[in-house]
Design a binder for this molecule. Structure first.
Ligand SMILES: [Cu+2]
Length: 121
C-alpha cells in the first residue's frame, strides 16, 4: 500500500468545499446551514476589516464554526486553553467543532483588540 501522499490535499479540498457549501447555503437560507448527511450545523464567522462578524455567535454542542479570513493579512482565533487556530492566512479559513458548552471569549493574538465570543449551549 502506498502511504497516501495526497491525503493532505484531499483534506484541504474537503475543507474548501465545506466552506463553499456553508457560504452558499448560508446565503440561500440567510442563517446557519445544516448539512443533512452529517447532521451538523455549520456557522460562518467572517473576518474582515480586522473584526469578527458576527462578533458573538451562539451554537449548539457538536456544531461546526468556520472562520473565514477575508483580510489581506493573517489573523488568529484564540481562546487560551480552549482553542487556537494559530495563523489563518489571507483568504484562508479555520474550523472548529464546539464540543464543550460554555461561553468562550476569544481574540486575535496578532491584533488583541479584535475580540469575539463563542457561546456553546
Ligand atoms: Cu488579527
Amino acid at each position: 500500500m502506498s502511504p497516501l501522499p495526497t491525503r493532505r490535499d484531499g483534506r484541504l479540498r474537503r475543507q474548501l468545499i465545506g466552506v463553499a457549501l456553508g457560504l452558499a447555503s448560508g446565503l440561500l437560507s440567510g442563517g446557519p446551514s445544516t448539512i443533512a448527511a452529517e447532521k451538523v450545523a455549520r456557522h460562518t464567522v467572517v473576518i474582515q476589516g480586522a473584526a469578527f462578524e458576527p462578533e458573538v455567535i451562539s451554537v449548539k454542542r457538536g456544531d461546526m464554526i468556520v472562520w473565514v479570513n477575508k483580510d489581506p493579512y493573517p489573523h488568529t482565533v484564540t481562546a487560551p486553553g480552549v482553542f487556537d487556530s494559530h495563523s489563518i492566512v489571507a483568504g484562508g479559513s479555520w474550523r472548529y467543532t464546539a464540543r464543550k458548552a460554555g461561553e468562550f471569549p476569544y481574540a486575535c493574538t496578532l491584533h488583541p483588540n479584535m475580540k469575539g465570543t463563542l457561546r456553546v449551549e
